[in-house]
Design a protein around this ligand. Structure first.
Ligand code: C2E
Ligand code: MG
Ligand code: MG
Ligand code: MG
Length: 281
């Protein structure tokens, strides 16, 4: 009886511990969800910019807008934490519209200063295409800031291309507008090298996971080389993401890579910092 009682008590404790942990997780999720509703009006969201460089010359060819959220209690919340929440509750549409507007305004300002920044890249979630009028949003933002469509590149993930004909139609309409499309995180999804042939894209962004393996793995080097060669044949451009070391940089150059983005060169930074950098060039 005593043993039985003890086992039950242990079980109860375990259940209680689990429930507590679960509640903490849930409340954190809830805090993120509720906090996000206020974040935009409260001015807690901002864009940071990470340069994309021509590897040979170090010239800055463009910059990717990356969302930052400074939460009053939680501090900096990583996009990987809050973007999925925003996608799940639909808030990504309002947030994404804000990002597009800010990014186009910033791009127009840089252009007006004659800084020669060729393009800005904006991440767009699949949810935005499903639930919002991305074409209308982009058209509106470009017009409002008199920004040439060629200056704007949308970064999309592979799952978008597996979607309906309607979505594919709006991708084509965006390209007809002159906006450029990039396939982000290539290599992490399901599409094979063969499939990218038929995708309406201008650029492939090779995921960081390849770069990590590059130095030690002959296989990874072969894959990256094939992607670069195929892209060249198809007239697509390539950006390699997440270059952190000089060794990776050298291997990539030898494989024919032209453009890269990564901490070796620059982390994402506030707009003022990028402005200083562009001026110094
Ligand atoms: P992403 O679009 O693939 O962006 C690249 C991420 O890699 C960024 O993380 C960037 O800071 C990080 N990164 C760049 N170079 C290096 C490097 O050398 N080493 C390492 N370890 N990381 C590097 P970040 O800013 O945390 O963003 C994470 C993801 O959140 C983005 O991945 C993107 O999918 C999403 N995201 C960010 N901003 C937005 C946005 O405005 N809208 C949407 N829908 N998604 C966004
Ligand atoms: Mg991206
Ligand atoms: Mg990426
Ligand atoms: Mg990535």
């Amino acid at each position: 009886d005593a043993a039985m009682y003890e086992a039950k008590a242990r079980g109860r404790n375990r259940v209680a511990l689990y429930a507590q942990a679960h509640a903490d997780g849930a409340s954190e999720q809830l805090r993120i969800e509720q906090g996000l509703r206020l974040a935009m009006q409260a001015g807690q969201l901002s864009l940071h910019w990470q340069p994309m460089l021509e590897m040979g010359s170090g010239r800055i060819l463009g910059a990717e807008a990356l969302l930052r959220w400074q939460h009053p209690q939680l501090g900096q919340v990583a996009p990987q934490r809050f973007i999925p929440v925003a996608e799940a509750n639909g808030m990504i549409c309002a947030i994404g519209a804000w990002v597009m507007e800010q990014a186009c305004a910033q791009a127009a300002a840089w252009r007006a200063q004659g800084l020669g920044l060729v393009r800005v890249a904006v991440n767009v979630s699949v949810r935005q295409f499903e639930q919002d009028d991305v074409l209308g949003l982009v058209r509106h933002c470009l017009q409002r800031h008199a920004l040439p469509a060629q200056c704007l590149e949308l970064e999309l993930t592979e799952s978008l291309f597996a979607q309906s004909a309607t979505l594919r139609g709006s991708l084509q309409a965006l390209r007809d507008l002159g906006v450029r499309l990039a396939l982000d995180d290539f290599g992490t999804g399901f599409s094979s090298l063969g499939q990218i042939v038929s995708l309406p894209i201008d650029r492939i962004k090779i995921d960081r996971s390849f770069v990590i393996e590059l130095v030690d793995s002959h296989h990874s080097r072969a894959v990256v080389k094939s992607i670069i060669m195929l892209a060249q044949t198809l007239g697509m451009e390539i950006t390699v993401e997440g270059v952190e070391t000089l060794e990776q940089h050298d291997v990539l150059l030898a494989l024919g890579a032209v453009e890269a983005q990564g901490w070796l060169y620059h982390r994402a930074m506030p707009a003022e910092e990028l402005l200083r950098l562009l001026r110094a060039h």
